[in-house]
Design a protein around this ligand. Structure first.
Ligand SMILES: [Ca+2]
Length: 365
């Protein structure tokens, strides 16, 4: 059952929402409540809603959990060995589009060790709180050293193919422009990991869908506008929200609105021929994490708006769009604090958010 009812272990906060300055009319203020479903998780990273309303949640350390509406946690057994160091670990979980009939789920994680590791996607059948017949369907090539910038976000497109975000590994940023490396790319594969016949670089980079990325940490397909939206971390400044199209170059590190952590210039250029401009960017960085598009009835007037977490500001932000223009970008739900790692809209129109501190918040009107 959906998270519609009072949760025994939850704290309950009643608040009034003050919408952004560009909203007018009677929909501008909606009362809502924030429940804390649990505070006991260890670095939760990604959440997916199961058909019974329970939540499937990854913890970066390698556990996959089912969280029920009473706040009880059940571990899922059968997970693979995972490289948990710095930004490496268990990352995203998503359901196959026909999960209700085939029980199939996908997890992304860092596989390997400090000397040789890679963003990996595996799939298996979720049955009786266990993953059965787990198999790796995608291992990013080549291996890298170190433990930063894995990407790891996944989304299915309406044609049944899977898009996977891959970071540039931090020490390998020039390879984001090199099609023969899969670092700093979005990859597109069939549901079994095979290569689709219509990817943009069939000979030189069969799995690559787009390139010139740094570390994408939010990825969705918006059915309303039939487009892929993705955000990625910049260095010091220069986090970006991008509209993704097949075969295009998003510029990193040749163009950027950020500078290196030391303050050193990475590139003097913010734009170049043949490279895409972001829909919006953030200077200073907000550390965007998790992405959702609002579809539902709980928050009238939010239809089609984006929600994302900010690790740095410790908040959820709502972005109002007009086509490819962001017309407002404001924090919402001030009761939700902490490093917001993932935000999702549930089927009933309510919202769930995870924080690095171990909280799972549920927001409903
Ligand atoms: Ca860019």
């Amino acid at each position: 059952m959906p998270f519609c009812c009072t949760v025994a272990r939850a704290t309950l906060i009643i608040a009034t929402l003050f919408a952004g300055p560009f909203v007018t009319g009677p929909a501008a203020a909606t009362p809502y409540q924030v429940e804390t479903l649990t505070s006991d998780l260890d670095r939760p990273w990604s959440v997916a809603e199961l058909s019974d309303g329970h939540l499937l949640i990854t913890e970066k350390g390698g556990r996959l959990l089912i969280l029920d509406s009473a706040g009880e946690v059940t571990p899922v057994l059968g997970m693979p060995p995972i490289f948990d160091a710095n930004q490496g670990g268990l990352l995203e979980v998503v359901l196959h589009p026909q999960f209700d009939s085939n029980d199939m789920i996908y997890v992304s994680y860092a596989g390997g060790d400090d000397k040789g590791n890679r963003t990996t996607v595996a799939r298996g059948f979720l049955r009786n709180n266990r993953i059965e017949d787990l198999e790796a369907i995608l291992e990013v090539s080549p291996n890298k050293e170190g433990s930063f910038h894995y990407g790891g976000k996944m989304v299915f497109l309406p044609d049944g193919t899977l898009i996977v975000s891959v970071g540039e590994g931090f020490s390998y940023r020039e390879q984001a422009q090199n099609l023969s490396w899969e670092l700093g790319k979005l990859l597109r594969v069939n549901a079994d990991g095979s290569v689709p016949v219509d990817n943009p670089f069939p000979n030189e980079a069969p799995r690559v869908y787009s390139y010139g990325h740094r570390n994408p940490q939010g990825l969705i397909f918006d059915a309303g506008s039939q487009r892929i939206l993705m955000h990625e971390h910049g260095p010091k400044g220069g986090d970006e929200l991008n509209v993704i199209e097949a075969g295009k170059n998003y510029g990193w590190p040749a163009i950027t609105y950020g500078v290196d952590y030391s303050g050193a210039v990475i590139s003097p250029f913010t734009e170049a021929d043949g490279m895409e401009q972001p829909m919006t960017y953030w200077v200073p960085s907000i550390g965007p994490s998790g992405l959702a598009i609002y579809r539902g009835d709980d928050f009238p007037g939010w239809e089609g708006d984006l929600l994302l977490g900010s690790l740095i500001n410790g908040e959820i932000r709502r972005l109002q769009l007009d086509g490819n223009t962001v017309i407002d970008d404001s924090p919402v739900f001030p009761e939700v604090t902490g490093r917001v790692r993932d935000v999702r809209v549930l089927k009933d129109g309510s919202i769930v958010a995870l924080t690095d501190e171990g909280n799972v918040f549920h927001i409903s009107s």
